[in-house]
Write a protein that binds this ligand. Structure first.
Ligand code: MLT
Length: 246
């Protein structure tokens, strides 16, 4: 297995998908997807484009669909939900098909959709990602962070580091359980090693963490900073659609 980290969807190579992509958007899209599936949602479909989301969601009756939309951290007006994992309670999401569009996270899923296996990772489930990779040993793996509008984000980088840390030790990274694909892997592990016991503090320092704090969403940061509170590992079954995988 060879592991690569990319800090934005824009910096991933344009040609040649790997065997497995792990899409990461800790604040908050992938934390929300994982939580929705944990709480009984049937599926989550990611859209870059709101118009397409609206059109396709109309094909299902209102009692089995939910539209989830976020731009700039705020709920999109006509949607049922914004992008807070805390709103995805069993009462709200159980049995529902979720149609979702967010500023950055759903673009990462869109970008990843051609890979043979697409997984959804966050701090709340990273051990499930590690266990899947250890069990299935895909040849080439990309850990793709969503960042913010083309730029680096601390919270996604540290999650990539949490996953990669299980495969390499910084004492001898080129002699680990997998091959280091690029320098970003070492940088992500270093970040995780520095902050692994203070993830919430790191999130509060991050630019998107600051944006969410300014919107009064500190509880979302606290929730997303919890390590491995679920074993749910969303996996793509059809292009752009992820479902529960244990
Ligand atoms: C995104 O996709 O950019 C994020 O999930 C934004 C958010 O916190 O809602």
């Amino acid at each position: 297995m060879e592991i690569f980290v990319y800090y934005t969807p824009e910096s991933t190579p344009d040609n040649g998908y790997p065997d497995c992509v792990v899409a990461i958007d800790v604040l908050r899209a992938t934390s929300t997807i994982i939580t929705a599936l944990h709480n009984g949602a049937q599926s989550v479909k990611a859209y870059g484009d709101m118009d397409l989301l609206t059109q396709e969601s109309e094909l299902l009756p209102p009692n089995v669909r939910l539209r989830l939309g976020e731009r700039g951290g705020k709920k999109v007006d006509f949607c049922d939900l914004g992008n807070s994992p805390l709103d995805c309670t069993p009462e709200v999401v159980a049995g529902k098909h979720i149609f979702m569009s967010t500023t950055n996270g759903t673009r990462t899923l869109q970008k990843a959709k051609g890979a043979s296996v697409v997984l959804v990772g966050a701090i709340i489930n990273f051990q499930a990602v590690v266990d899947y990779l250890q069990k299935h040993q895909p040849h080439k793996v990309w850990l793709v962070a969503s960042g913010w509008e083309g730029g680096y984000s601390l919270e996604d980088a540290v999650c990539a580091g949490a996953i990669a840390s299980s495969f390499f030790s910084l004492d001898n990274p080129h002699n680990g359980k997998a091959k280091v694909g690029n320098d970003e892997v070492i940088a992500a592990i270093s970040l995780y090693q520095q902050w692994q016991h203070r993830l919430l503090d790191l999130f509060k320092l991050s630019s998107h963490g600051q944006r969410l704090l300014n919107l009064g969403l500190e509880e979302d940061l606290k929730y997303c900073a919890q390590k491995n509170i679920t074993r749910i590992l969303p996996i793509q079954t059809e292009t752009g659609i992820v479902v529960y995988h244990d």
